[in-house]
Design a protein around this ligand. Sequence first.
Ligand code: HEM
Length: 142
Amino acid sequence: MKRTTLAVSAAALAMLVWAPAAVLADTLYERLGGAPALAAVVDAFVDNTTSDEVIAPFFATTDMVAYKATLADFLCVATGGPSTYHGRSMVDAHTRMNITKEQFAHTVGLLIKAMQTLNVPQAQQDEVVALLDPLEGDIVGR
Ligand code: HEM
């Protein structure tokens, strides 16, 4: 093998070894603190929703244990984490609920409150909200 080919191969190998670690470390999921941090956010968010007089009625018949696990998977995938999401699409999950824009904003507010309680840095809170805001069209008015 020529010296240049060897040098290129060594560089390619180095990228293969280092690139995945660099990419993983850079995901919002990792920066939030991974699975335990997301589980804490989900717990705090669900506490907020079930004690909120506007939002709690929506969850009157929901299996909250299953919902927490599904929501955690959803947020894991959305933030670039390693889970697989097996739940329904956002349209299917929220159809026939007639959720209003105000209720959507209020729910996002309850998630922000959960992240504030857990001292999630403002920049990462903003990143999470930026991921959820585009879902409004799938969730509202269904
Ligand atoms: C902020 C963005 C939202 C996200 C990312 C989100 C995500 C999810 C996910 C992942 C599920 C589970 C789906 C499944 O089990 O297949 C779900 C279910 C549910 N969501 Fe949302 N949701 C959002 C907003 C809302 C809002 C605004 C309301 C009501 C005001 C709401 C009410 C519900 C209810 C009641 C269920 C459970 C349905 C059941 O009992 O099976 N969600 N949501």
